[in-house]
Design a protein around this ligand. Sequence first.
Ligand code: S3P
Length: 168
Amino acid sequence: MNQIVLIGFMGAGKTTVGNLLAEKLNSQQYDFDQLIVEKIGMSIADYFEQYGDVAFREIETTVLAEVDALDGILSTGGGIVLKAENRELLKKMANVVYLKADLTELIQRVTQDEENIRPLADSKTPQEIEAIYRPRVPLYEESAQIIIETTGKTPQEIVTEILKQVGE
Ligand code: S3P
């Protein structure tokens, strides 16, 4: 196992689970949001405000292409599956894991996360977040080889399940 790619909606636990996986496998974690922030030199919220989502998606694609061949745990951003180009790339990668969770739990996690301001979810109603979530579900499903149901599970339990599925 050289690479595990985590995909899923905002609040699915991609960063937390990615960290734990990297620790457990003694491997490197590449967190997309962090890599993007380093690239743009400002917060994602500020970037969205100044340059908009289309520009952000371009950077996301660049980062995906850059880390494509690296060994390690890739924790993507929730919108990575929006571009067909990204989905095609993901389909060619090994061990793409969709961290699936109940929408209610995702909304709770996203709205309670004060450290991570997500421009698409900030100050949004549950209905507005649901409208972003629904059309993405089939995109996560078609891009992943492994689907892990995470609702009600601890990050540690999720890691154990992922390792079982990828044969570690
Ligand atoms: C986004 C998810 C965020 C971040 C940006 C856009 C999205 O990452 O990339 O705010 O469109 O779902 P997380 O999924 O890590 O919160």
